[in-house]
Design a protein around this ligand. Structure first.
Ligand code: NAP
Length: 291
């Protein structure tokens, strides 16, 4: 027996799998579901109960976490879970759906009397594995006793930004943060590409910035991937491009000019067309060399 909240995790991709392992290590009772069941099986071997459907996974959970690709996938999974949802369950929606998807999520939560917490995260595979995510959370105070202990297992920083998930402050903040992520990624990729194209050793550029204010860990991570030609995804280019499109749409909706974000989106789409969508977002590097 345990007094820890029982968690249902819908989505065991890169992030969901890592979060699931972290929850299991902390002794969390965990039920999991993934569209492609094989990706959830390793978690079952580590102690999670595998649900064949989202409904099976959410049965009896105190907290339901969705960690799926986008708003459509999230809503679809929750609709499939509907037969076993019960009033008062906390739904922590942690995927990056953008504020655009939040009204439909809030409406669904209202219909099934779920307590919605809009809770996207900053941090990639390794922070998820180490319980070091930053969680931007918006939701009612009543949800916190159940969800806060779960957030504290997967997160190092939990920023409660609003008490009403429906206002989408957390998901909006996530896109603001991801504009920074997408910007850094593309800046690293283009800088490394310029060095290569101009026949300057890119390592010399890294030496130039080393230890100064322009040297950031993200530069090191993405430059390493490029130098080692290792694009195993911790954040897939496809997903990052989905976020770049959400950012551009948000900018249009609030009448803010972001021409750089638009150019980055085009660049990322080009790298996908070149066949790099399943690789890490650092593979936007290749867009500099295609015709
Ligand atoms: N990776 C990162 O660094 C990072 C950081 C912060 C936030 N995020 C966000 O977290 C979410 C998950 O990211 P991830 O990196 O774990 O992505 P991922 O590895 O690509 O996994 C995506 C997940 O969504 C599922 N999915 C996709 N389309 C679906 C559909 N139509 N119906 C049902 N399930 C569907 C996939 O199922 P299958 O296995 O069946 O394909 C998988 O479980 C995304 O919103 C992403 O933007 C990612």
């Amino acid at each position: 027996m345990t007094d820890k909240p029982a968690v249902a995790l819908l989505g065991t991709g890169i992030m969901g799998s890592a979060m699931g392992r972290t929850l299991l290590r902390a002794g969390t009772p965990l039920r999991v579901w993934n569209r492609t069941a094989e990706k959830a099986e390793p978690l079952a071997e580590q102690g999670a109960v595998l649900g064949a459907t989202p409904a099976e996974a959410v049965d009896g959970a105190d907290v339901i976490i969705t960690m799926l690709r986008d708003g459509d996938a999230v809503l679809h999974a929750m609709k499939e879970a509907a037969p076993r949802l019960r009033e008062g369950q906390v739904w922590a929606q942690m995927s990056t759906t953008g504020p655009q998807a939040v009204p439909a999520e809030a409406q669904f939560a209202g219909e099934y009397r779920l307590s919605l917490v809009d809770a996207p995260v900053l941090g990639t595979r390794q922070p998820a594995e180490q319980g070091q995510l930053v969680i931007m959370a918006a939701g009612p105070d009543a949800a916190r006793p159940a969800v806060q202990p779960v957030f504290e297992v997967v997160g190092k920083k939990i920023l409660w930004v609003d008490d009403d998930a429906a206002r989408a402050v957390a998901s909006t903040l996530k896109l603001v943060a991801n504009n920074w992520v997408v910007g850094l990624t593309n800046a690293v990729a283009e800088t490394m590409a310029l060095a290569k194209g101009a026949e300057v050793d890119p390592r010399l550029f890294l030496d130039v910035v080393e230890g100064g204010p322009l040297d950031v860990p993200y530069l090191r991570m993405k430059a390493k991937a490029i130098l080692e030609n290792n694009f195993e995804p911790s954040f897939a280019l496809e997903n990052a491009t989905k976020d770049a499109a959400l950012i551009v749409a948000l900018a249009h909706a609030c009448h803010v000019g972001l021409p750089v974000a638009e150019a980055m989106l085009a660049r990322m789409r080009k790298a996908i067309e070149m066949g790099h969508g399943d690789e890490d977002v650092a593979a936007t590097y290749f867009a500099s060399f295609g015709s």
